[in-house]
Design a protein around this ligand. Structure first.
Ligand code: IVH
Length: 692
């Protein structure tokens, strides 16, 4: 008898797989609409990518079950119908994604063997701007039409709105590639984006006006571009960056590099590029961008794009349905996710600042599990109408504390209530205060609030401050509980409790000796560390170093603060502005601070004088230098390090105190400022020459 069970079984599992694929496809289509048409995503890009990959994998494993209308075969989303439409000259494709290093290896192997080359062809690397793709048509150098990507074949006609974007030329500029005139019809593609700084400003303004808050700069750019009222688009801080020029027979450019040169001289902003000859170089460049993704460019990027530089090879490699074979996007680890806000805790900071903290259903973001995120302050919660049990977008950008960005309103459970911000301190029940014009509530019980004391003690012993090994949250709470530590100065008197310490759980003779030795060592802090340990609002490591360099000794510093001209003296120090100066002066004048400092001195603290900076030689020694634009020979970090080695001060903004502005490619407003103030400007070659 034939064995029917395995057939039956495989029939059933085929049904299951098919159902799963259908469900995934429907889910992806739904998110496509939310993302592309409504600019109101319910899941993060990474969560979307995961669904997409799952469907792709199932289709690869079961090609016979794959639907030819699957979302994996399409680009983008449906059009809304509010705008006119236009057909793209050539389909606007998407890019394949590489997440792991092996995906990059596969990509390189694939192109190299496809082309039957001995080694990898040269790859050009660009940042992958997280914006909205746009296609611009220029006829005889004049902008005539702008289309969104739409479904890849047909896009929405947003010409009127695009004409309001200031850095899109209405008329192309002539240059070396167009000495014989402009091609009669070319298409230029790129990304509409909003810088990170403009995005935050826009979101704050939207929130304050009770308008929609965007989950990320991409949604904000998409929403702004597709306004029916052109005046609204015009008021949004949209920018455009050009990165591609689909081939035109009458206007041949041989490499992507020359395409970017042409676009740049025609008047477009273009991306910074790098080149790589092999896998190791690509991965090295990816790594270095990953750590600089927030500092190197002002816009959000979610990865790098690798393109075969040679356009003849690109043409040979050709395209797949959705994506070209000659390019790939190598993504960075995701930094946004959605999760459920399970509760809101109120945290009391070391100087009484109250911060609402979101308690989240734990979620994986960029390799760590996040279960807490900041909600900043009362207005932030109120304006974004963030409620307990809401599904929220959270973001963990680099080393920054995770924050709640926005709410997925469609997922709000019925009957949810607004969060009522407390009016008394959760630790000491003192009535909270909020000064006119300030965003934060404070607990005014500076001298006795146990939560403030605990937070201050933790800060005082932390790595960046006095760095006392063996003392942390738990130990401090225990010693406070035992009555041994009331102020930070009591830490230096813990030796009086040596015998009792040895009887505590988890301590032995050796660990007590180690702890007391670490405390003893902390009695001789350097000046900047001591300044940091004081926990002055707005004073971090950089400011503490500036102060220490200027005053050299604690005595000189504290004496200066007692003088009537303290504010003037402080603001004359490079890097210190009026807000920080005021913060330092008022902190120093508080009775609580004075008591603490005299207590610390009594306990035997002896602050080291700052070593006199060795005189350094070099062209830039003792000069104040600002860098702008991208240098081709050095990274920004290396240029800065080399300047510092010579004893230069490297600052961020051009002022009358600046000695030199070093300009690389695409300098920004700093160059204008330097010219206005008559600051000496050095171009890269001169800079390298002087640097030696
Ligand atoms: S090239 C045929 N270069 O990423 C591929 N795209 O995920 C043409 N993007 O649709 C695209 N930065 O909207 C290219 N430097 C860059 C990019 C870039 C961002 C966007 C673009 C594309 C999407 C694919």
């Amino acid at each position: 008898m034939p064995d029917l069970t395995s057939d039956l079984f495989s029939h059933a599992s085929t049904q299951n797989i098919k159902a799963e694929m259908r469900q995934l496809a429907a889910e992806i289509e739904r998110h496509n609409t939310l993302y592309h048409t409504q600019d109101a995503p319910e899941i993060s890009d990474a969560e979307y990518d995961a669904l997409f990959r799952k469907l792709q994998q199932l289709e690869e494993q079961h090609p016979e079950l794959a639907d030819k209308n699957s979302p994996t075969q399409k680009v983008g989303g449906q059009r809304q119908g509010a705008f006119g439409s236009g057909k793209h000259r050539a389909p606007m494709r998407s890019l394949g994604n590489a997440f792991a290093e092996e995906d990059v290896t596969d990509f390189l192997d694939r192109i190299t063997s496809f082309l039957r080359l001995e080694k990898t062809p040269e790859i050009i690397i660009e940042p992958k701007i997280d914006g909205v793709s746009l296609s611009l048509t220029y006829q005889n150098g004049k902008l005539v039409r702008a289309l969104t990507r739409g479904d890849g074949e047909t896009g929405e006609d947003v010409t009127a709105n695009v004409r309001t974007i200031a850095n899109i030329p209405q008329q192309l500029r002539r240059g070396q590639f167009t000495s014989d005139g402009f091609p009669d019809d070319i298409e230029i593609r790129g990304e509409v984006y909003i810088t990170q700084a403009d995005f935050e400003k826009l979101n704050n303004a939207q929130a304050a006006a009770g308008d929609k808050v965007f989950a990320n700069p991409r949604n904000a750019a998409a929403g702004s571009l597709r306004q029916l009222d052109t005046a609204i688009t015009a008021a949004r801080p949209l920018r455009f960056l050009a990165y591609s020029l689909p081939p035109v027979p009458s206007f041949t450019l041989l490499t992507e590099t020359t395409v970017l040169l042409f676009l740049h001289e025609a008047g477009f902003e273009t991306p910074a590029i790098e080149k790589a000859a092999n896998r190791a170089e690509l991965l090295g460049i990816h790594n270095s961008w990953k750590t600089q993704r927030y500092t190197r460019v002002p816009y959000a990027i979610d990865g790098l794009v690798y393109k075969v530089d040679d356009r003849t090879l690109q043409n040979r490699l050709g395209e797949l349905a959705r994506t070209p074979r000659w390019a790939i996007a190598h993504k960075f680890p995701p930094e946004q996710a959605t999760t459920v806000l399970e509760g809101i805790d109120i945290q009391v900071g070391r100087s009484g600042k109250i911060t609402p903290v979101a308690k989240l259903k734990p979620v994986h973001v960029g390799g760590v599990t996040v279960s807490n995120a900041t909600l900043h302050n009362e207005d932030y919660i109120e304006q974004r109408d963030i409620r307990i049990n809401d599904t929220v977008f959270i973001e963990r950008a680099g080393d920054v504390i995770p924050k709640v960005v926005s709410v997925v309103l469609d997922k709000r459970p019925a009957g949810s209530k607004k969060f009522i911000f407390p009016h008394e301190c959760p630790a000491c029940r003192t009535r909270l205060m909020r000064l006119e014009g300030e965003a934060d509530w404070r607990c005014p019980n500076v001298a006795a609030c146990p939560a403030q004391r605990q937070a201050f003690l933790e800060h005082f012993v932390s790595r960046g401050a006095l760095d006392i090994d063996g003392l942390g949250e738990k130990q401090l709470a225990e010693f406070v509980g035992l009555g041994w530590v009331r102020t930070a100065a009591d830490i230096f008197r813990l030796g009086q409790h040596r015998e009792q310490l040895q009887t505590l759980e988890g301590y032995g003779e050796k660990s007590v000796s180690n702890l007391l030795a670490a405390i003893e060592k902390a009695k001789n802090p350097t000046l900047p560390r001591f300044i940091i340990a004081l926990g002055i609002p707005n004073v971090g490591e950089a400011t503490a170093n500036d102060l220490a360099r200027h005053f050299k000794t604690w005595q000189a510093f504290s004496a200066a603060l007692a003088q009537p001209d303290a504010a003037e003296v402080l603001t004359n120090i490079e890097g210190i502005g009026p807000v920080v100066a005021q913060s330092i002066i008022s902190h120093a004048s508080e009775p609580h601070t004075k008591a603490l400092i005299s207590d610390l001195m009594d306990a035997g603290i002896d602050i080291q004088a700052s070593a006199v900076q060795p005189r350094r030689t070099g062209y830039f020694s003792d000069k104040t230098v600002v860098l702008t634009g991208s240098l081709s020979a050095l990274s920004r970090d290396e240029a800065k390090a080399r300047l510092l080695q010579q004893g230069a001060r490297v600052t961020n903004s051009v002022t009358a105190k600046t000695d030199y502005l070093i300009v690389g490619a695409e300098p920004g407003s700093k160059l204008k400022q330097a010219v206005k103030l008559g600051v000496a400007v050095l171009e890269e070659d001169k800079f390298l020459e002087f640097l030696g």
